[in-house]
Design a protein around this ligand. Sequence first.
Ligand SMILES: [Zn+2]
Length: 113
Amino acid sequence: MHELSVTQSLVDMVIEEAQKRNLKKVTKVTVVIGELTGLESESIKFYFDVLSENTVAEGAELVFKIVKAQFKCRQCGNIFERTNFTFNCPVCGATGVLVDKGKEFYMESIEVE
Ligand SMILES: [Zn+2]
């Protein structure tokens, strides 16, 4: 998977943000990951610990917010999340189509000492 390169850019973002705000130490980083990116939060955590060594982000806690993929019903317009491996609308039973959600990956916020 591409967790390594993604985590590298995440660490870079944290360092850049810390420099901009003149921060000495980052304690917590909140990351938003879309379900459809296929990124493993555990792998990101692992790489983050390695890559952030000797930077302002060393030892920072990573918090993940997972964004679920969503579907829109073609029949009634209902927006829903996939359940039990079916793409059918829970309201009327028609097939839903994927809406543009679940592909995000970005740093939402950082916390400092
Ligand atoms: Zn429906």
